[in-house]
Design a protein around this ligand. Structure first.
Ligand code: ZN
Length: 68
């Protein structure tokens, strides 16, 4: 279990540190990412883009959190 990434938030373009399920903090959508991939926007709320939820419309907004 990778405790070190459990409380960290990631943004679009960050390299995925650990394969597993990540949750979009603003909307609760979960998505599987694999180590070495780059994080993308959330398909449910488009966080990290101009169409994202309030407070998450900037490209450098951090919103993916590792859940396991
Ligand atoms: Zn979302």
């Amino acid at each position: 279990m990778a405790i070190r990434v459990a409380t960290e938030l990631f943004r679009i373009g960050d390299v995925v540190p650990e394969s597993g399920t990540y949750i979009c903090v603003p909307c609760g959508y979960t998505q599987t990412f694999y180590a070495g991939e780059l994080f993308t926007t959330c398909l449910a709320c488009f966080a990290g883009t101009a169409n994202g939820p309030e407070g998450f419309t900037e490209e450098d907004a951090e919103f993916w959190q590792y859940v396991g």
